[in-house]
Design a binder for this molecule. Sequence first.
Ligand code: SF4
Ligand code: SF4
Length: 423
Amino acid sequence: MRTNFSLAQLADPDLAAAERALRACVHCGICTATCPTYVLLGDERDGPRGRIVMMQEMLEADAVPSAETVHHIDRCLSCLNCRTACPSGVDYAELIDTARAHIETHYRRPLSERLLRGFVANMSVRPSLMRFGMMLARLFAPISRRLPGALGAMAEVARKAQSDAPDTFTLETSSDAMRVAAMPGCVQRVLAPSIDPAIARVLARRDITAVALEGAGCCGAVAHHLGREDEARDFAKRAIEAFERNGAAHVSIGATGCVVHMKSYADLFRADAHWHARATAFAAKVRDFTELAEPKSARPPSELRVAYHAACSLQHGMRLAGQGEALAATAGHEVLSVPEGHLCCGSAGSYSLLQPELSGALRARKLGNIRTLQPDVIVSGNIGCLHHLSGADAPPVLHLAELLDWSEGGPVPPALAHLKAVD
Ligand code: SF4
Ligand code: SF4
């Protein structure tokens, strides 16, 4: 596709990367039918090809985007299903990231949106604030259940958090093992504190020692998805510095949505050679749990029918489909293939809070597909998907590490507490 950027614009390395992606697009539309929002809404402007046209016009003009353009770009999940489908190799991530940053710096949103997005950006990276919100949502559950829109979605997230698991980051170590630095994260340790200890135990059985990455905090993925690039860079710098001090062989985190963001840290620093080099070195050391944990046969207390939900960050972001299923199958479970497994469940980071209607429709579609399999459990590797899919209308939901840990002799995870009787 022809582009019309000025030489001055192309001196910006982020715009230059976006322009390369635009030129690769031949407008064939093959990606359209794979886009979850197009599948739901049937509107070309809510599909990748339509969004690419709008993003090109917005970025070339270097002007304030229209409310209509922002509306349709905001509806994109950043699931990258379109990137997987594209035969021309269009890197849609370059476009949507640059577009979100442009909107954030050029467009003044209505006050209600600014407040909501600011709240999401701050709340999700402050565990103490999240715990306070969870306490309020539970205390006033009869009221919080009736809240509409984004407020109702936030209250739902808070009510579904684990309440009886220990909020500790316990680590089991082995001698002479490879050391992996575990990012403390933010959302997962508050919503599901049983996951990190399970990861540490599974890795320890494979002679890998998980060590806490002291000094790091949130990976910055939420800020990045909101287009708040300065904040995202600050989070990334903190993690990079902590890892350089730590000296572990690799760095990891239990949520695939965070892993894929950490693997692309270098893209945050294209205009800063010093930090670009450090971010590139850091990104080369980032490993997803499925890249660290070798398949290991086990005799689980019960063989479960597992609906494995491959998060978009895993299958489209990192292109690591298949390894999670293999790990669950080798651990002694029947792994079922979810119909429409390529479609996003609607979680998509903060999307479930910012676009609750579309997110809810995608969740219902995903659960409908999963129910046809009549599984015992839903298993995934991303806290956003796990939390989004969980609920009274869904089978029990647990992290892949919790399933493996239990299968290999570890404690019963909270989602499988009902199986205690048959242990
Ligand atoms: S992004 Fe790829 S698949 Fe989609 S319209 Fe462009 S070239 Fe075709
Ligand atoms: S990233 Fe996902 S939601 Fe966005 S255009 Fe691509 S397929 Fe559609």
